[in-house]
Design a protein around this ligand. Structure first.
Ligand SMILES: [Mg+2]
Length: 373
């Protein structure tokens, strides 16, 4: 069986107004995705998604489509889609970076491999290592204090036990927001923060220490991408566990995080890490060094969120029980493009036991949501 054709679709979906996101990277009200449909010589269909965000990853809908159509897809046509390592090597050889675009092809191959084997992807990864349903945190934007407090109250009402607050802007605003949210959610629930590289090292240390009374369960990516020394210094000079996210795209980055003793937790997900196989490699390396992993997010849609959920269920060291992650992306958006979307009931995500990724596209909806290029 070989890969016969790969079609590429672009979609642009608005976020539900209450899920609008403000981070150190600005306001996010609409998401862009590239959805691919892989067909094999045996007529098996696989689906993949590139979740693109120019400010977060540098990948755009136009760039992802171009590199897929002109470089990545021609390279894998004729290859065996179930030989994931060969596919991964080929994609790596073709282009540097472009993690999210590469992951679209890679996850589609896992989808096919699962369908051919009659097994869900988490089984192929060695799972299930936990129940098919797991709890998520909610990621709240960097709102002003009144809006943050109102949103926090709504999230408590919706059943969330862990709330992540975006920071990484002006120190005093960040401190006020986090304190205000802690006051609303009470002392029992977990509170975490994510600066998305927005602070420098001095501001990070100042803010985290000033938030000591907020009992933070996790501090995510306080300092800039590429700066391992600053992340390690924040970890030494503050008390909450540190999670690396925007600094860790591949195995080399994970090695550097470990070597420099930068973090207690690594945020992993197939889009950012260039595929499910590469994500699993990072999760296993981290496990060897006693570092937990959890699932991060770039507001993925139906297909990539399913890939994330399979990684969670398939890998022991995806410690979502201690550090709830975020695989709620589709529920942040106005509508779904799947015929059988992932079961997401806040705060829970339940992965399907159908073969492959378990998500079938509604191609008519994909076409309606696209066409803006
Ligand atoms: Mg993050």
């Amino acid at each position: 069986m070989i890969i016969k054709t790969i079609e590429v679709f672009s979609v642009r979906i608005p976020l539900r107004p209450e899920c609008h996101m403000i981070t150190a990277l600005g306001l996010h009200t609409e998401s862009n995705y590239v959805i691919i449909r892989v067909e094999t010589s045996d007529g098996v269909e696989g689906v993949g998604e590139a979740t693109v965000s120019e400010r977060w990853s540098g990948e755009t809908i136009w760039g992802a489509i171009a590199i897929l159509k002109h470089i990545l897809i021609p390279a894998v046509i004729g290859m065996d889609p179930t030989d994931i390592e060969a596919i991964d090597k080929k994609l790596a050889w073709q282009a540097r970076g472009n993690w999210f675009a590469k992951s679209a092809i890679e996850m589609a191959c896992w989808d096919i491999k699962g369908k051919v084997a009659g097994k869900p992807v988490y089984d192929l990864l060695g799972g299930p290592c936990r129940g098919l349903q797991y709890e998520n945190r909610f990621s709240m934007g960097a709102f002003d204090v009144p809006r943050a407090q109102q949103r926090a109250a709504e999230l408590v009402e919706a059943g969330f036990n862990t709330i992540k607050v975006k920071v990484g802007g002006k120190a005093e605003d960040d401190i006020d927001r986090v304190r205000a949210v802690r006051a609303v959610i009470g002392s029992e629930r977990q509170l975490t923060i994510d600066a998305n590289c927005g602070w420098n090292v001095e501001t990070a240390i100042h803010c985290i220490n000033a938030m000591e009374d907020c009992n933070l369960a996790l501090v995510e990516q306080p300092t800039p991408d590429g700066d391992y020394a600053s992340l390690a210094r924040v970890r030494r000079e503050t008390t909450p566990p540190i999670m690396a996210d925007d600094i860790c795209f591949d195995l080399i980055h994970a090695h550097e995080l470990i070597r420099n003793e930068c973090c207690d937790v690594i945020s992993v997900y197939p889009g950012k890490n260039g595929g499910i196989h590469r994500s699993q490699q990072i999760v296993e390396l981290a496990a060897e060094h006693g570092i937990a992993c959890t699932i991060g997010s770039n507001l993925e849609y139906d297909v990539a969120t399913a890939a994330m959920a399979h990684l969670v269920v398939g890998c022991t060291n995806m410690q979502v029980e201690t550090h709830p992650g975020d695989s709620l992306g589709p529920s942040y958006h106005e509508f779904s493009i799947a015929k059988n979307p992932l079961d997401i009931q806040w705060p829970y995500t339940t992965v399907s036991d159908r073969p492959g990724l378990g998500v079938a596209m509604d191609w008519d909806r994909v076409r309606v949501a696209g066409g803006h290029l």
